[in-house]
Structures are given as C-alpha cells and as structure tokens.
Design a protein around this ligand. Structure first.
Ligand SMILES: Nc1ncnc2c1ncn2[C@@H]1O[C@H](COP(=O)(O)OP(=O)(O)OP(=O)(O)O)[C@@H](O)[C@H]1O
Ligand SMILES: [Mg+2]
Length: 259
C-alpha cells in the first residue's frame, strides 16, 4: 500500500492494564505528520495513559509503538528528546522565575543560547506573558502556569507535541491564541496530539479525533465522519457524544475557538 503522508505516531495493538483495569485496551492508531489530533473521551477513558505511552513514559504490556519513526521500546530517550509534553497537572519549579524555568528547560534539551533567547521571547510575547517573566512561578495564576508549561514544551522545537487537556484554566482569549499557535506549528510540520473530554473543543481545534471509551478507540475520523458514524443503527457513539457534551462554563472558550 502506498501512502502520500508519513505517520508521526503508529500504535499497533497496545494494551496497558492496572490491576483489573484496562486503561488502554488493544488500541491501533496512526497520526499523520502535521496533524492536530484529538483524543476525546470521558474521565478515566485512558487518554492520559495513551499520551504517556506515546511519550514512552508508560510501556505497553502488549503491542508496539513507533513514534517519529522510532521504536518506543528500543529507544525511549530519542522519542522524549524530540517531543514536547504538557501533563494534565504540570509540575513546575515554583521557586524559580518564569524565565529561569524556561532557560533551565531549554538547557536540558541542549538548545543553543541564541535560539533559546529568540524562541522564549517569541513565545512569551505570543502568549502575552511579557513583563511577567521575572516573577516567581509561585506568584503566577493557573493560566500563566499553563502557558509557561506550554512554552517549556516548545523551547526545543519538538516534532511532536503531546498536550493533556491543554485548555484547563485558560480564558477564551488565551485558548484562541493557543489554537492559532498550534495551527501555525502544524503548517510547519509539527504534529500535535491533545486530549480533551469536551466535544466542542475537539471540534474547534482538531483535524481528526479519536473517541476513547473504557480504554478502547471506538471511532476515528474528522467530526463530520464521526457524526455520521454516531447516527448508524447499533452504534453507541450517540451515547458517548451525550456523555461528552460540554458544560456551560466552557461556553465562552468554545465560542472564542469557533471564531
Ligand atoms: N498509575 C496508575 N495506577 C493505577 N491505575 C491507573 C494509573 N493510571 C491510570 N490508571 C487507571 O486507568 C484508567 C485510565 O486513566 P487515565 O488517566 O488514562 O484516563 P483519562 O482519560 O486521562 O481520564 P481524565 O479525563 O479523568 O484525565 C483509569 O481507570 C485510571 O484509574
Ligand atoms: Mg487524563
């Protein structure tokens, strides 16, 4: 079979069990280079575990993961070096200033001083943190911490970006800025995989979405394809969609994303 695209991530039959829970249950997934891909599923459906598996932080019990053409089992460090990851609850060094933390992260990734300065300044400006970079992280708001975590995942210009619920704590304007930033990165070839439990966020931000439920991928496609599948008789996607519908407190964020 010939393909006119390359896969940034290819998971084949991956399984991760915790005691009697199948956190990830025989998942097959291909994410194309330059795609913004959404993992959509309710709490506990396995989104975070799957993202950690792609980062080679969690090793599958069964199956194989190839990330950026690298076998996750053979060379997990090479995957981490080319990937940016923002966990659900980013743990930052709160006693550092924003700029100290970003400098430190860039140094860990071996980014040159010139590139580091340029990139950090560019992102501080884009995310409207300019002027606050010398404050201690402990004095930042939740949204500001989220933004610092995102910049720290971008300082080494990763080929793959893994974002676990990236819009938590962000106001509509910031959500919109991040959406535009991810789109710009995608046009340069960066692949993004993000998790969300909010249908409208997946719809507004992602090229394709996989619906995850109890560790399994129920369906993969763009929103139009998924909506069509949901109408199929015998499909339980309708039910899943219902359980994923956004709550009113994210209405403003979703409106900003849809502009
Ligand atoms: N380290 C762990 N030890 C034991 N069980 C775990 C561990 N990590 C995840 N699980 C279990 O695996 C399942 C999937 O968890 P996961 O965090 O991947 O879900 P999620 O889709 O990210 O949920 P949420 O939307 O709440 O973030 C859950 O039942 C969870 O309790
Ligand atoms: Mg999670």
């Amino acid at each position: 079979m010939t393909k006119d695209y390359r896969l940034a991530v290819q998971l084949v039959g991956v399984v991760k069990r915790y005691a009697d829970i199948n956190a990830v249950d025989h998942v097959n997934l291909g994410v194309k280079e330059g795609e913004i891909f959404g993992l959509l599923g309710p709490n506990g459906s396995g989104k975070s575990t799957l993202l950690k598996m792609i980062l080679a932080l969690v090793k599958p019990d069964v199956g194989s993961a190839s990330v950026l053409g690298i076998n996750a089992e053979e060379n997990p460090v090479a995957i981490k070096a080319q990937t940016g990851y923002v966990p659900e609850v980013p743990r930052l060094y709160e006693f550092l200033t924003g700029i100290e933390y970003l400098d430190f992260t860039a140094d860990l990734y071996g980014v040159s001083t010139t590139e580091k300065r340029e990139r950090i300044n560019e992102y501080l400006e884009a995310l409207e943190l300019e002027g606050r970079e010398d404050d201690m992280i402990s004095a930042y708001s939740l949204g500001m911490k989220q933004k610092i975590a995102l910049i720290s995942a971008l300082v080494h210009k990763p080929k793959l970006l893994l974002l676990d619920e990236p819009l938590g704590g962000l106001d509509p304007r910031s959500a919109r800025i991040i959406k535009d930033l991810l789109r710009e990165l995608a046009s340069e070839g960066t692949t993004t995989i993000m998790s969300t439990h909010i249908l409208e966020i997946a719809q507004a931000m992602c090229d394709r979405v996989a619906i995850m439920y109890r560790g399994k991928l129920l369906a993969t496609g763009n929103m139009k394809e998924l909506r069509e599948k949901a109408r199929l008789p015998g499909s339980n996607l309708e039910e899943i969609f219902l359980s994923l519908t956004g709550t009113s407190d994210i209405k403003d964020v979703v409106e900003a994303l849809m502009k």
